[in-house]
Ligand binder design. Structure first.
Ligand SMILES: Cc1cc2nc3c(=O)[nH]c(=O)nc-3n(C[C@H](O)[C@H](O)[C@H](O)COP(=O)(O)OP(=O)(O)OC[C@H]3O[C@@H](n4cnc5c(N)ncnc54)[C@H](O)[C@@H]3O)c2cc1C
Length: 464
């Protein structure tokens, strides 16, 4: 089925994704003489940098994931469609998306592809069953259920070895997400849950932060990495570096150290934050054009963020590879705004070859370690400790979308950081088990379909 976006014959822009790149690109086209269709597989814009706070009970889903439709309600040139894009046709200039059993084909004149990246298990996708990543709301809620569920199970256990396994939390990947999550699991166990159990002391929980690299926060390096490490250790987090995960199962993981020895860590709750893989839509684009993709599946774009041979197609944010730019929200936001500007300039007659190259303005990056403690790097300036934390608070509040989100987040932070309570401590079994159950169901359906196909083929062969 083909649907009409907005009734007119204006220039049609399709934006794939409602994340940082997609939303900021769309908003930058607010006053442009274009019709925009934003297609995304979720109904919300997600502020990923605070996902770990949903996972550890500080923030609610609504604080960090406003409904895209409501954010764009007043932008009259934009229609928001829910759908999983599974086909980009560069030749026909159409996008095919699906929602349940409904297929929608949307034509475009200009396309902004901002479908982001997913978790990468470096070819070991089966690890995900026992060590979920943290990329979506579902991931964060599943993790919250797993973390809190481990404490609940430990309270019920009288076997010391089982208790130790249940109270050992392993975070794989010591980049900003891993550091922030490990810090918050430690604070949860040491502060929030302290005194709330009768058979266990949650403060005794082991939190292990593990990475194959030689440092925590290796992107910062030097003094900041050292400071981060000190602050993590002060919280009682065990840091294990130069350690590669070679297997994960329901009860733990196997780690290979630099000297080649393998050891096992018994742990019920494992979290994966070690790598990213760009949306498979990148490969589709590369297969239909002169573009190439890198090992992380990102499209090697031209300096104007367009796809070689297709000046009307922009690939931005976590999906693009250009000048070794990092996968950061600012890169996606600035890319979205830049693409919008080029589309507008094109309407005024600018030729693609006259486009100025995309220039990223580095506003710095930061990671919180715990309450009152963060590290930040802005240009040559390196900040850590309380000042870094205050800067982190201000910047995150500024970039949250919507006044309501900012207000409720500020309230939740006041409760959590000044007191020791957390408002979002609910979890259900479904949050923990639904993903694996759904994956099993999908696998079963695929196997059934394949079996039906092959038995149909065999019957046709026999009949012929
Ligand atoms: C846990 C975590 C913490 C982070 N912390 C920070 C931080 O502190 N600072 C920082 O700068 N950056 C941080 N980042 C990185 C930052 O969030 C990303 O760089 C940024 O979100 C990239 O924006 P994007 O628009 O490219 O992709 P995303 O924001 O990921 O958006 C992708 C969009 O595409 C949609 N989509 C995907 N596939 C399809 C499809 N097939 N069909 C339809 N829609 C699709 C998704 O639903 C989503 O709406 C963090 C990321 C994570 C996961």
């Amino acid at each position: 089925m083909s649907i009409k976006s907005v009734e007119s014959r204006r220039h049609r822009v399709v934006v794939i994704g409602s994340g940082f790149g997609g939303l900021f690109g769309t908003q930058a086209l607010k006053n442009a003489d274009v019709d925009i269709t934003m297609i995304a597989r979720t109904t919300h814009h997600l502020f990923q940098p605070l996902l770990y706070q949903v996972a550890t009970g500080i923030l609610s889903v609504g604080d960090i994931a406003p409904a895209t439709r409501l954010v764009l309600r007043k932008q009259k040139n934009t229609q928001v469609l829910l759908g999983d894009v599974d086909k980009i046709d560069l030749e026909a200039k159409t996008i095919t998306s699906r929602f349940l059993d409904r297929t929608t084909v949307t034509p475009y004149d200009s396309l902004i592809v901002a479908a982001g990246a997913g978790q990468s298990y470096f070819g070991n996708d089966h690890f995900s069953e026992f060590a979920p990543g943290m990329k979506t709301i579902d991931d964060a809620l599943e993790l919250r259920g797993r973390i809190l569920g481990a404490f609940e199970q430990a309270e019920l256990s009288s076997d010391p070895a089982e208790r130790a396994r249940l109270l050992t939390f392993v975070v794989v990947g010591a980049g900003p997400t891993g550091v922030e999550l490990a810090g918050q699991i430690a604070e949860l166990s040491r502060r929030t849950l302290s005194g709330a159990f009768r058979n266990i002391d949650p403060r005794e929980a082991r939190v292990i932060l593990l990475d194959g690299a030689d440092d925590v926060l290796p992107v910062y390096g030097g003094k900041l990495s050292r400071k981060a490490r000190q602050q993590l250790e002060k919280l009682g987090i065990e840091i294990q570096l130069g350690a590669m995960v070679v297997d994960v199962d329901v009860d733990g993981l196997v780690v290979k150290d630099k000297d080649g020895t393998q050891r096992r860590i018994e742990s019920q709750c494992k979290v994966w934050s070690a790598g990213v893989q760009a949306s498979p839509l990148g490969k589709q684009i590369a297969d239909q054009s002169d573009a190439e993709i890198d090992r992380a599946g990102r499209v090697l774009v031209k300096p104007d963020l367009s796809v070689p041979g297709h000046p009307e197609v922009f690939v931005i944010g976590d999906m693009m590879a250009l000048d070794k730019l990092p996968g950061l929200a600012q890169v996606a936001m600035q890319g979205g705004k830049y693409a919008a500007k080029q589309i507008k300039a094109g309407l005024s007659g600018q030729k693609p070859e006259d486009r100025p190259p995309f220039k990223y303005f580095d506003k710095g990056s930061m990671a919180t370690i715990s309450r009152f403690s963060a590290v930040a790097k802005v240009g040559k300036l390196e900040i850590s400790g309380f000042i870094g934390w205050v800067a982190w608070l201000g910047i995150h509040l500024m970039y949250l979308v919507g006044f309501r989100s900012r207000l409720s987040t500020l309230l939740s932070w006041t409760v959590t950081f000044l007191g020791r309570g957390r408002a979002q401590m609910a979890s259900t079994e479904q949050w923990v088990f639904a993903r694996n159950a759904m994956e099993q169901l999908e696998r079963h359906e695929r196997e059934k379909e394949a079996a039906e196909k092959s038995s149909g083929g065999a019957q046709r062969k026999a009949a012929g």
